[in-house]
Write a protein that binds this ligand. Sequence first.
Ligand code: MG
Length: 181
Amino acid sequence: MKRRVHSQEIKDAALAKLAERGVTIRDIAQIVYEMQSPYNEDLQLNECEESVRSVLLKRELLHALLVGIELDVLAEKGLLSEPLQSIVASDESLFGCDETLALGSVLGYGSIGVTTFGYLDKNKIGIIKKLDTKSGKQVHTFLDDLVASIAASASSRLAHHYRDAEERANDRQEDADEHAS
Ligand code: MG
């Protein structure tokens, strides 16, 4: 009989894998803070953390995390078949499937999600840089892109929320001005 997997189990597994691979919510929130604080001087790190937690509820992103981290771990153990084993283990720059897998989950956050992901892919910052400059036998071919995708999604989510809040404040001001006149 097929086993139906509950979404909570998927979420728990994906978050556990992230932690096992040395990535914390705080690490990703710090990237979000760096991306968004130039546009919002009141931004707090805990808002960034909250945004990261929120995007980590998306089923497709959790699935991408499970797939990508699994492939990294199998490559680390030398368990993939050739030529994929060598391609993933060497983080071949024209492989492309790592970025493609990660890109899918930013698409729900508008074009700003895509451009932020592209920026993070080029300018690896924070934990992404750390993952990219891994030591020894560690393989993070998929994980660096997946972290960039989570950070890009959480940044875009904040940007859209701030714009909505700004508009609501403007609308309230206009209403107040109308009443006063
Ligand atoms: Mg990669």
